[in-house]
Design a protein. Structure first.
Length: 119
């Protein structure tokens, strides 16, 4: 009976020892996974922050480009207005010249072009 009791005690102690070893390994693995999880979260957060920062920089560049293009558009509008005014002035000059030419006789017309071309 004593051997049976010793065997049962030894079996129970072996089971407890194996349970403790298993729990130690499980705990160790859990701690390692938790550490890896924290490191991965920090890495992902750093990448996310980096992407956000890059996007903010890109947005600022786009804002600068918009400002530049607005200035260029204003210059173009000013040029168009200026050219429109010049067109109106030229049209007035051509209308006056046409009226003047219509009043010329053939001799006056010949003299006019001779003076324009050779003077």
């Amino acid at each position: 009976m004593n051997i049976k009791l010793n065997f049962i005690s030894l079996s129970l102690l072996t089971f407890l020892l194996l349970s403790v070893i298993y729990n130690i390994f499980t705990y160790s693995k859990m701690r390692r996974l938790e550490s890896e999880s924290v490191n991965l979260r920090e890495k992902l957060k750093a990448e996310k922050d980096s992407i956000i920062k890059a996007n903010y920089i890109y947005i600022e560049e786009l804002k600068d480009n918009i400002g530049f293009y607005k200035k260029e558009i204003n210059k173009a509008v000013f040029s168009i207005d200026s050219l429109s005014q010049e067109k109106i002035k030229l049209k007035i000059v051509y209308v006056e010249k046409i009226k003047e030419i219509k009043q010329f006789t053939s001799t006056d017309l010949n003299d006019y072009w001779r003076n324009e071309l050779f003077n």
